[in-house]
Write a protein that binds this ligand. Structure first.
Ligand SMILES: Nc1ncnc2c1ncn2[C@@H]1O[C@H](COP(=O)(O)OP(=O)(O)OP(=O)(O)O)[C@@H](O)[C@H]1O
Ligand SMILES: [Mg+2]
Length: 306
């Protein structure tokens, strides 16, 4: 397993308040890691420590495998990010803004500017002043700037904050493209479950400064799936009938006489009719299980995410 980033008991104290407490995060190469938590959970504080903007009170950060002995500059050259708001010279064009940044940081060549603008879909607007950019365009320009030095890992703090649904969709697609086409690993924070749902391959849930759970997205989905719970006399025959008559395959026998059917959630009466029509005694049929949202609610002790 090749890790891009691991934190060990990472903590930050402000006065007598622990903003971040013993966070152990494991981000693998190729992950789109969704760092999910409500306002004040500790997302920005964690990302700022990771980016070296503030010093942890305790704990360690390992980059690119714990055996790495690379120095800080070498590591920073492989990562990029936007924490909080990206600032631009509003009276300069997008391309000029990137050129200023490129020279300031002493990196890349002039051609890389159009290359990164193209990769975020802003090549056509390269000469437009940033003043005239929409929020979504500015957000994409910020991402373009963070790509200038060809990082392998991008850290983005709530990158879709303030965007409208179309802008959110655009930026999400951009992340997916960058992940697929360039193999960039992402750490993206958000307080929106729906957003993480559509993007992340791995999810870390932070609450009250602690990482409550870190899990691959598929595992999370399975944990939180809804199903029809069907209580019958003969589970084997019932399962056979469901397969034959309704063509279902996604089910399991949870206990003797108890089937969990992960399909046909909207058609319990059809399931019931089919089974009783074949002489199966259906004692009970009901929807059960958690939605992803219920699952998070339980995890965070009932506090809604948003
Ligand atoms: N510089 C600071 N001084 C004192 N307390 C701070 C400081 N920065 C953050 N905190 C506190 O630490 C906790 C975590 O804040 P943080 O900004 O990391 O949360 P967040 O998850 O990014 O929230 P949001 O969704 O609102 O951006 C909060 O209680 C906050 O008040
Ligand atoms: Mg924040």
């Amino acid at each position: 397993m090749s890790y891009v980033l691991q934190t060990h008991r990472l903590s930050k104290r402000y006065g007598n308040k622990l903003a971040v407490e013993n966070i152990n995060m494991n981000i693998r190469q190729g992950d789109i890691y969704g760092f999910l938590g409500q306002n004040g959970a500790g997302k920005t504080t964690t990302l700022r420590m990771i980016m070296g903007l503030i010093r942890p009170t305790a704990g360690e950060i390992d980059w690119f495998g714990s055996s790495s002995t690379a120095g800080r500059n070498e590591t920073m050259a492989r990562i990029g990010g936007i924490i909080e708001y990206p600032g631009f010279y509003l009276n300069l064009s997008a391309a000029d803004n990137l050129e200023v940044h490129r020279r300031l940081m002493g990196m890349g060549n002039k051609e890389s500017i159009d290359e990164v603008l193209a990769s975020v879909g802003l090549l056509g607007a390269r000469n437009q002043r940033v003043k005239e950019y929409s929020l979504g365009m500015k957000q994409r320009l910020g991402i373009a700037r963070s790509l200038l030095h060809h990082p392998e890992f991008l850290v983005l703090d709530e990158p879709t904050n303030g965007l409208d649904p179309a802008g959110i969709k655009e930026v999400r697609q951009l992340f997916l493209d960058l992940a697929r086409q360039r193999g960039i690993t992402f750490l993206i924070s958000s307080h929106l479950l729906g957003e993480i749902e559509q993007l992340a391959t791995r999810v870390g849930i932070v609450h009250g400064g602690r990482l409550l759970e870190e899990v691959d997205y598929e595992v999370l989905q399975r944990k939180s799936r809804r199903y029809l719970e069907i209580r019958v006399g003969d589970d084997k025959r019932a399962a056979y009938i469901l397969e034959q008559r309704l063509g279902v395959s996604d089910y399991l026998v949870a206990a003797p006489g108890v089937l969990r059917l992960y399909e046909m959630l909207d058609e319990p009466s059809k399931v019931n009719r089919t089974l009783t029509g074949e002489g199966i005694a259906v004692e009970e049929i009901k929807r059960a299980g958690d939605s992803l949202e219920d699952y998070f609610l339980k995890l965070t002790g009932g506090d809604p995410l948003v």
